[in-house]
Design a protein around this ligand. Structure first.
Ligand SMILES: [Cu+2]
Length: 380
């Protein structure tokens, strides 16, 4: 990660501060759908700007701009320790957005992983008509089924993998690894909403302190880079416990349609930042397996909420559906009959990854318009 701070001229910084304060306190801007409040936050070396914001209860579109910092690249909205919505990977020169429907209360805005100064608060006031329409309830129930199905599948696939690791059966464990990854990668944004559960299951070596490095990728490293399962017994047992915890927690998770729409987008960000780069599966190189799982999860999330926006913009729904198909078509040439089901990442040329990235970018651009539409429908 690039941690070199960039210094912006003071005047520009002050101007930026005023601009974002105005945006945060002012009325909805022109490009926000009617009925949604738009809040803009800027990422700076100091954290979030502004650190205090307020909004009426209802749908809110969060815009995240990078104000010239290499230190911070994400913004999260939290209720206690639960992440309700987030936007990651807002690097210098870029911006991003997500939407939420919030009830009265005080929420934390976090831009710095470590928290502390530069962390903001969002005060939401007024009453919200929380009675969801039958269509919204149906969308949420459908997606909840998918969550349950995949967390159950995850536990089911992780058990034999963990058993093979514990028995020191390296070849067998390597084959079982890919299958265990799929269910997780399909629903990762929901796991991420449970604070540290995602890092415990899915962190990479550089994400956490060496002493805290566990989960799938620690075992991946042992199997492929170290060619041994020695010392992995406790890590494997932990992994299974965490996966079972996820299965339990998903059952009680409260969901909004708009969060499901945000999740569809987060999964595509996952693809572009950690699969197209070969970052995530750096020892096993099964990145394309995860790639497809992320896209599948994104598609199911989108299809769950699509009926809620068909009346407003059927054309967009159709285009997004076609773009999902285009992504699968772009992936298809790399599929293999043999395990793990795809060619390994190092076999991809620069031209290959560029083509895949283009298919994802085309889809991501349109999919990013969905949460605001859903928020508008849900809060109305
Ligand atoms: Cu992941």
């Amino acid at each position: 990660m690039n941690r070199v701070p960039l210094r912006a001229p003071i005047a520009a910084l002050a101007l930026g501060l005023i601009a974002s304060l105005v945006a945060a306190c002012g009325s909805s801007s022109d490009d926000a759908p009617a009925g949604s409040k738009q809040l803009t936050f800027k990422l700076t070396d100091a954290g979030c700007e502004p650190t205090k914001a307020s909004a009426p209860a209802g749908p809110i579109d969060f815009k995240v701009e990078n104000g010239g910092t290499g230190k911070y690249t994400e913004l999260e909205v939290l209720d206690g320790e639960t992440i309700l919505g987030e936007r990651e990977n807002v690097i210098e020169g870029t911006s991003g957005s997500f939407s939420l429907t919030l009830e009265e209360g005080e929420y934390a805005i976090r831009c710095k992983e470590e928290g502390g100064d530069g962390e903001g608060t969002l005060k939401v006031t007024g009453k919200l008509d929380t009675k969801a329409s039958p269509e919204v309830e149906k969308a949420i129930a459908g997606y909840r089924d998918y969550l349950v199905e995949n967390t159950e599948g995850l536990t089911k696939q992780t058990k034999p993998f963990v058993a093979a690791v514990e028995a020191g059966e390296i070849a067998k464990a390597k084959v079982l690894y890919a299958a265990a990854r799929v269910n997780y990668e399909r629903i990762e944004p929901v796991a991420e909403s449970f604070g540290d559960l995602d890092p415990r299951i899915d962190a990479r070596a550089n994400d956490v302190k060496p002493s805290e490095f566990g989960g799938f990728h620690r075992i991946e490293k042992a199997l492929w880079a170290e060619a041994t399962a020695e010392g992995m017994k406790p890590v494997a047992a932990e992994l299974l416990a965490n996966v079972e915890e996820l299965e339990e927690r998903v059952k009680g998770v409260s969901l909004q349609a708009v969060q499901i729409a945000n999740g569809a987008n987060e999964l595509l960000t996952e693809v572009s930042t950690s699969k197209i780069t070969g970052e995530e599966e750096r020892y096993s190189h099964i990145d394309l397996v995860d790639f497809k799982a992320n896209v599948e999860g994104s598609q199911v999330a989108f299809e769950a909420v699509a009926p809620l926006m068909e009346k407003q913009d059927l054309q967009l729904v159709k285009e997004i559906e076609a773009d999902f198909e285009a992504v699968y078509a772009a992936l298809q040439p790399y599929e293999t009959k043999a395990s793990p089901g795809f060619v390994l990442y190092p076999e991809l040329t620069k031209a290959d990854t560029r083509k895949l990235a283009q298919a994802i970018d085309t889809l991501a651009e349109k999919l990013s318009l969905v949460p605001a539409q859903i928020a508008k429908g849900e809060g109305a």
